[in-house]
Design a protein around this ligand. Structure first.
Ligand SMILES: O=C(O)Cc1cc(O)ccc1O
Ligand SMILES: [Fe+2]
Length: 431
């Protein structure tokens, strides 16, 4: 993967130029821009959003985005679908095997390889979210994608991704993530078989959570978020741009590369974060802290403290709680919990929740450690235990119930014996 330069700091007002002098000084839109570039503003919040929430960037491009564009044509979305009304609701605890890799001899790019696992709401009214998994093996040469519907949070599980964006390039590998906010065009380059998880939020934006009494430092620290530096290509060739709009896919062509931003400034940017930099907080006394203690990014609803989507990880850490059942507690939750496994073994499930697989514990459906883990958690000696490095699971936790598409409910994709992991949790009552 390319050794790329980045700018550090979550949510900063960045400025970057691929050619020295390409950024106008002292104003955003001079009558003629340096090097005769075109100025184009990208607004990720309403013009009138409060200053602290306002997100926008100014790009200085070879041509404006609309230049040379053919009409939008609707294309088949396949399993990259937001037709949630055709999906099903189910309170069942679900567990999925790994998404199959593309069959030998087939060429599937990132956009073609996206399969919806669940979703709710309606992107046309900027409400709800979708959860996808992707499986692909081919780079998006002469192709770009953007979502007008929301921010993409990409969690690779297998294979490194080079993500070319309008604002520069990001390279991520498993245990790193990238966020591509609404509207920013990008193309994913792979090195072979690649697989992972995506969440798309239809309202607001992801942000790092407030820390409250934790203090000024901890969890995902702002300086560990990296935005790209300006990078452009000046290519005259046919490019296809696929736009996701209102839950459907539309495409147009351009006679040139859309990655033609020579300089930009602003705070509306894609970014990456290495989950191995997470500064984990947890109890040093007793009881199992709620998993929100491991929040990396949150997309908040208007309901105080209630997330459209929390992105939570289960990172390597010391477990030291005294006189405590240390694994996750048994649980019923108003929030819906979709989990993925990037690498290793989750402490509540010794097998079955495989890397590349997923699970869903929906609103108010009981879940928790399998029988074997209960036994061990209730009897093991409570010495300090180190959860190993190179072991990482995550949760997309949402206030919404999810609707599940038929393909995600197919027997071949599901672990149909999932409930059996809780068999043997017998009554031990000894009055
Ligand atoms: O395993 C789960 O389902 C997620 C989870 C983790 C945890 O530490 C506490 C509660 C919980 O639901
Ligand atoms: Fe839970």
């Amino acid at each position: 993967m390319a050794d790329l330069a980045y700018q550090s700091g979550y949510g900063n007002m960045f400025e970057t130029e691929a050619i020295s002098g390409a950024l106008p000084r002292g104003q955003c839109a001079p009558q003629v821009c340096p090097f005769n570039l075109y100025a184009e503003q990208l607004n990720g919040t309403a013009f009138t959003a409060p200053r602290a929430l306002n997100q926008r960037s100014w790009m200085y491009k070879l041509r404006p985005s609309v230049s040379g564009q053919t009409p939008y044509q609707k294309i088949e979305a396949g399993q990259f679908s937001n037709a949630f009304s055709t999906f099903e609701v189910t309170p069942s605890q679900l567990r999925w095997r790994e998404l199959p890799l593309p069959a030998d001899g087939t060429q599937i790019d990132f956009v073609q390889g996206i399969s919806t696992m669940g979703g709710i709401g309606d992107p046309t009214v900027k409400t709800g979210l979708a959860i996808y998994m992707y499986s692909c093996n081919t780079s998006m040469d002469n192709k770009a994608f953007y979502s007008a519907d929301g921010d993409f949070l990409i969690v690779p599980q297998l294979g490194s991704l080079l993500i070319k964006t309008e604002m520069g390039r990001l390279s991520i590998e498993p245990q790193e993530i990238a966020v591509i906010p609404r509207g920013i065009k990008f193309a994913v380059y792979v090195q072979g078989d690649s697989r992972g998880y995506i969440s798309e939020v239809f309202s607001g934006h992801f942000k790092i959570p407030d820390l409250g009494p934790i203090g000024a430092n901890g969890l995902a620290n702002p300086r560990d978020f990296y935005a790209p530096v300006a990078w452009y290509e000046d290519i005259d060739a046919e490019f296809t741009v696929v736009g996701k709009f209102g839950g459907e896919l539309f495409q147009y062509t351009l006679p040139h590369s859309p990655f033609d931003v020579v300089a930009w400034h602003g705070n509306y940017t894609p970014y990456k974060y290495d989950l191995r930099n997470y500064n984990t907080m947890n109890t040093v006394s007793y009881d199992h802290a709620d998993p929100c203690i491991f929040t990396v990014l949150t997309c908040q609803s208007l309901d105080p403290g209630t997330a459209v989507l929390d992105f939570v990880i289960f990172p390597p850490r010391w477990m030291v709680a005294e006189h405590t059942f240390r694994p996750p507690y048994y649980h019923r939750n108003t929030m819906t919990e979709f989990m993925g496994n990037i690498v290793g073994t989750y402490d509540a499930k010794t097998d079955g929740f495989v890397p590349g697989g997923a699970s869903l514990h929906s609103c108010m459906s009981g879940h928790g450690p399998e029988a074997k883990v209960f036994e061990k958690g209730s009897t093991s000696k409570l010495e300090p235990v180190r959860y190993p490095d190179n072991n990482l699971q995550f949760m997309f936790e949402t206030m919404f119930m999810l609707r599940i598409p038929s393909w995600a409910l197919e027997r071949e994709r599901l672990d149909i014996n999932y409930l059996e992991c809780w068999k043997g949790l017998e009554k031990h009552f000894t009055p």
